[in-house]
Design a protein around this ligand. Structure first.
Ligand SMILES: [Zn+2]
Length: 368
């Protein structure tokens, strides 16, 4: 790291600054997660893709942004029940999901810190994105996952050259194994914990406002950990502070009923936790029982007069089919936005943007 430069992060619980020398995923003193210490600033440079926003990223001076061409995703307007809805096609990012915005910034940070090996515990979109950018950076990637994990996402992770560390038992065992490895000194490139991810996600808001020529009035997107929702909020806040937009859009998160902790607490407060289960769902990408920044996600939807919508399991394949019939081939997790959008549509202010987060190529079709 350059002399005098330190990571601009602060523990969300005890306020301690991020250490200069190690790369912990959480505060070593209190276990809290780190957030960005300062508000983001919108200061684009005239180049395409994520590089355009590199002045907004918490990277040391002179650090390279290790890009695979992420960002610059299409915004496609269609008429739905008399309203104009814009679909932001995040599934067209290099590894097929929105995760690449965050991963490009995170892996660039690790490369700037001369990390040679890093670990992850996602067998889904975050794992695939991590494996691709680690390959780009020449960082050895190890991905801890349940030994039962299979399918196109595991194949994608292995194709990028990551080492799969199979862990017996459910998903939570893999999560515990990666934390043990991180505590033993491995660099844990966690999508949920590390604040570089949020800075990368903020580019979603910057790009969207540039494409629309204004802020949307409502934004509908799937939420699991909520990193895209929170990153987008940071981006919109930066634009509002600089008087480049008038208002921050209503943020409407969508969950699957089978695992809907944010919806439950939003509807019923802490009593809602009694409803929360980690049920089986086709929307595996948002099956997150304890979102790390759940309180912040709920505060964001309340602050913007948005909300949390829930969809039934039967609506997910139907939504996937409806989106495909409009030309959008997305995975089941992304398809939750369709039913939520239709339910909310009569009350949503325009312009409306729905986010399509992950590619249909990542999941078997089965006639949906
Ligand atoms: Zn702390």
């Amino acid at each position: 790291m350059p002399d005098g430069w330190s990571w601009p992060f602060r523990c969300s619980s005890c306020g301690r600054e991020y250490p200069r020398e190690a790369l912990p995923f959480r505060c070593a003193v209190c276990g809290g997660h780190y957030d960005l210490a300062d508000p983001l600033r919108y200061a684009p440079i005239p180049v395409p893709g994520l590089e355009r926003y590199r002045n907004s990223f918490p990277l040391p001076p002179g650090a390279r942004l290790l890009s695979l061409g992420e960002g610059g995703t299409p915004l496609v307007g269609q008429e739905i029940e008399g309203k104009r809805v814009f679909f932001k096609c995040e599934y067209l990012n290099p590894t097929g999901s929105f995760k690449d915005r965050g991963t490009a910034v995170l892996i660039s940070a690790l490369a700037a810190a001369q990390v040679v090996e890093a670990i992850e515990d996602s067998s889904g979109n975050a794992g695939a994105s991590f494996a691709a950018y680690a390959a780009r950076a020449g960082i050895r990637a190890k991905v801890y996952m349940p030994d039962s994990a299979s399918g196109p996402k595991r194949a994608q992770i292995e194709a990028y050259g990551a080492e799969v560390v199979p862990i017996l038992g459910p998903r939570s065992e893999a999560a515990q194994a990666v934390v043990r490895a991180a505590e033993a000194g491995s660099v844990y490139a966690s999508h949920a914990y590390l604040p570089q991810i949020l800075a990368g996600m903020a580019t979603f808001a910057f790009e969207l406002v540039e494409q629309l020529g204004r802020a949307p009035a409502a934004l509908v997107l799937p939420v699991g950990q909520g990193t895209l929702l929170l990153g987008a909020q940071l981006g919109f806040q930066a634009l509002a502070r600089q008087n480049l937009i008038q208002e921050i859009p209503q943020l409407i998160g969508v969950q699957a009923r089978a695992c809907a902790p944010l919806w439950a607490v939003h509807e019923a407060g802490m009593a809602g936790l009694g409803w929360v289960q980690e049920g089986q769902t086709l929307a595996e990408g948002i099956r997150i029982l304890n979102p790390l920044r759940g309180d912040a996600v709920l505060a964001a939807v309340d602050a913007t007069q948005g909300g949390v919508e829930v969809v039934e399991e039967s609506e997910i394949p139907a939504g996937r089919r409806a989106l495909a019939e409009r030309g959008f081939f997305v995975e089941p997790t992304s398809a939750v936005v369709w039913s939520a959008l239709l339910r909310r549509l009569p009350d949503l202010p325009e312009p409306i943007v729905a986010v399509l987060t992950g590619s249909g190529y990542k999941s078997a079709w089965n006639g949906a």
